[in-house]
Design a protein around this ligand. Structure first.
Ligand code: NAI
Length: 698
């Protein structure tokens, strides 16, 4: 025995303590000892009540992810067996929760009569984030505690809930300050002495009663709550399992839950979601930035430009607890920007995701100015002015004069050369790109662009600030568009030709949605504004005939009510005959022969070039590893998480098929985007995937 579980006594109360660092995960060895400890507390006649607690920094944080897919995960004693053992104990039992009780950890506590928690702790069922559902009775016991509707919310959100809120829900019976175990002992002693013990959760059904008469009434709840699950299987499986509490007894329900879990765990989607989960952690490991590189201290952040991005970036920084000074060209623009920030917070307050107090705290961290000198005490200054190298030169020239020594100067540029921007200052070691995504207060991705001369501690600081601001940072190198936008350009290379050759915008968009994207490229253009691409092309002396014709006639998309689609109600895209007329006219002028275009062809001509570009990005060292690219696409561009990102998907799909079709389309169109990357060709030739490439280089 490794003493992963110990039992102590306080009078007639047994305190069973799990001590399996770092997070008391439910590995096989720990389960074995816990089973023995509970069994002996159960049968010991001198024990009249049991406290189940954990040593270290947290209660059981969840399953042992390392055991996933191995025989050990399900070997006896398994988690359902432990919970069943707890439920066979008549003496009052209480789980004492501190830190986080997530997934299997919370399910374990459901075996106890009561759950008490240390203030500030969190509980939750995060399985959905890995494409799974709770697999040890969570879907059966949570509804019995809080009712099926609230249970489904908790399971579908996958978010940890503060125990104070969980107490209101009824998941937690009491919240304590001070010594948790002492309090738990006092709590359970009172129950034992009072002879009052609630029924085990499995035997309660008061929260289900209102639904049980007509379980199908729950279908409307399911439809509403899963409508945004975009082709993912786990949310549907979770909803069905919760509904099972209304139609089956708990043993049948648990069997049903188990079947759903087993199906999901070996399915492509969960494999992909687990890939992204680990990819996100991996992305923070940056070559040359070890633990010995200390981040610089950041307390105050300056933001230049209070437009679309500047406002959102300022909010992210305020959310991260930083003081923020926003600089604009004039008072009017500044007032407008700050007003938009305030209104955006109001929306969160209205939705209930933030209270007035939290809003006030964040607004108090924000200040505005029109004078560069006021940014002299900033530790980090992020520029989000117009995408124009002349404007950037002017701004960085000014920043170089006023910023204090050691201040970090960052650009939010989408495409411009960060090394060139660094050259506008006399301190290139302090310059980098911080590329946020719109809306910057919401989108998780942060591309950290490492310039040729950026100092390691500047990168370390950006990683730390990004994390504190709630972002998922990925470090990338300098090139046109970095990782995300460069691949997006490859994805868009065929956008006009697909239309000219015969596909309609609605057909292309539908093929994208069927793949799992939240929307297709033309819906996206209409939402972002066709004028944005049009202006960019004008600046570069380029032309996209269909898009630019729409833009020239003032059809910018949703904001003007017309674009590729028309928007009679302001939001719903309706195919437009005028767009079709433009397409057919241009096709006629260019002599393009029109034909039916299959969904498969649409995907081949959009996704494959993007994967090819991803391979080139790896060859050039712009991204450190394939899984970093997947993180960029899932968190910055809505690549379907159930497919794990473009590089993971490419592996699943087969690289040799992709190479063969790229060569085919290269011949058919003569376009550069189809010139197959040597890396992609090599991997395909060796029968390998990007995952193999990553493993070999790790
Ligand atoms: P925007 O036009 O909404 O805002 C730019 C703001 O900068 C304006 O409020 C303007 O008054 C201010 N400004 C311009 N020159 C200034 C100066 N010299 N001093 C102080 N303020 C000045 O533009 P947006 O969309 O916020 O873009 C800003 C930057 O972020 C650009 O480099 C863009 O490429 C990049 N970006 C934009 C994204 C988007 O989706 N809009 C996404 C990611 C990056």
């Amino acid at each position: 025995m490794d003493d992963l579980v110990t039992t102590k006594r306080d009078g007639d109360i047994a305190i069973v303590t799990i001590d399996n660092p770092p997070v008391n995960a439910l590995g096989h060895a720990m389960r074995t000892e816990l089973h023995a400890a509970l069994e002996s507390a159960k049968t010991d006649n001198d024990v009249h009540a049991i406290v189940l607690a954990c040593a270290g920094r947290t209660f059981v944080a969840g399953a042992e992810i390392k055991e996933f897919g191995s025989d050990k995960a399900l070997a006896d004693p398994n988690l359902p067996g432990l919970i069943a053992l707890l439920e066979s104990i008549d003496k009052p039992t209480v789980a004492a929760i501190h830190g986080t009780a997530l997934g299997g950890g919370l399910e374990l506590s459901f075996g106890c009569h009561y759950r008490v928690a240390l203030a500030g702790s969190k509980v939750g069922l995060p399985e959905i984030n890995l494409g799974l559902i709770p697999g040890a009775g969570g879907t059966q016991r949570m509804p019995r505690l809080v009712g099926p509707e609230r249970a489904l919310d908790i399971i579908l959100s996958g978010k940890p809930i503060p125990v104070e809120a969980a107490h209101k829900d009824g998941v937690i019976d009491a919240v304590f300050e001070g010594d948790l175990v002492e309090n738990a002992i006092a709590f359970i002693r009172e129950k034992a002495e009072g002879g009052e013990t609630v029924a085990h959760i499995r035997d309660r059904d008061d929260k289900l009663a209102g639904w049980k008469d007509d379980p199908n009434r729950f279908d409307a709840v399911i439809a509403e709550k899963t409508k945004k699950s975009r082709g993912l299987d786990a949310p549907i499986a979770a909803a069905r399992a919760v509904k099972a509490t209304l139609t089956m007894d708990i043993d049948e329900g648990q069997k049903f839950e188990r079947e759903q879990f087993v199906k999901l765990v070996s399915g492509d989607q969960s494999v992909a979601q687990r890939h992204i989960f680990f990819a996100q952690r991996e992305a923070t490991k940056v070559p040359g930035i070890g633990k010995e590189v200390k981040a610089r201290t950041v307390k105050k952040v300056g933001v230049i430009g209070a437009g679309t991005m500047g406002g959102g970036i300022a909010m992210s920084m305020a959310n991260g607890g930083y003081d923020v000074a926003i600089l604009e060209m004039n008072q009017e623009a500044l007032d407008k920007g700050l007003d938009r920030v305030s209104k955006t917070y109001d929306i969160s307050v209205k939705r209930g995701s933030m209270n007035e107090d939290a809003k006030a705290k964040r607004m108090a961290r924000l200040s505005g100015t029109t004078t560069y000198g006021d940014l002299g005490d900033c530790d980090l200054i992020i520029e989000a002015v117009f995408e124009d190298i002349g404007v950037k030169e002017d701004v960085f020239g000014k920043l170089d004069k006023i910023a204090k020594d050691g201040a970090i100067l960052a650009s939010n540029t989408s495409y411009l050369d960060v090394d060139k921007i660094a050259g506008f200052t006399g301190r290139p070691q302090d310059i980098l790109g911080t590329h946020f995504f719109s809306p910057a207060n919401v989108m998780k991705l942060l591309e950290i662009v490492r310039g040729g001369k950026t100092a390691p501690d500047v990168i370390a600081t950006a990683l730390e600030v990004g994390k504190r601001a709630g972002k998922i940072p990925v470090v990338v190198g300098v090139c046109h568009g970095f990782v995300g936008n460069r691949m997006l350009e490859a994805r868009s290379a065929e956008a006009e030709d697909l239309l000219l050759e015969g596909a309609t915008p609605a057909e292309v968009d539908k093929a994208f949605r069927d793949f799992g994207w939240p929307m297709g490229p033309y819906q996206m253009s209409d939402l972002a504004g066709i004028d944005i691409g049009w202006r960019k092309r004008q600046a570069r002396g380029e032309r996209a005939e269909i898009a630019d014709t729409l833009a020239e006639q003032g059809d910018f998309g949703q904001k003007t009510g017309k674009g590729y689609y028309s928007y009679e109600d302001g939001r719903t895209p309706v195919p437009r005959s005028e767009t079709q007329d433009i397409i057919e006219r241009v096709a006629g002028e260019k002599g393009v022969e029109r034909r039916a275009i299959s969904d498969e062809e649409i995907l081949e001509r959009t996704l494959y070039p993007m994967i090819n570009e991803g391979a080139k990005i790896l060859e050039e060292g712009i991204a450190t590893r394939p899984s970093d690219i997947d993180v960029v696409w899932v968190y910055g561009y809505g690549f379907p998480v159930g497919k794990g990102g473009p590089m993971h998907w490419a592996d699943q799909h087969g690289l040799s098929k992709i190479v063969e079709r790229l060569e085919h389309w290269g011949k058919a169109t003569g376009k550069d985007v189809y010139a197959v990357s040597p890396l992609l060709k090599m991997l395909a030739g060796e029968g390998k995937g990007f995952a193999d490439y990553q493993k070999e280089r790790a």
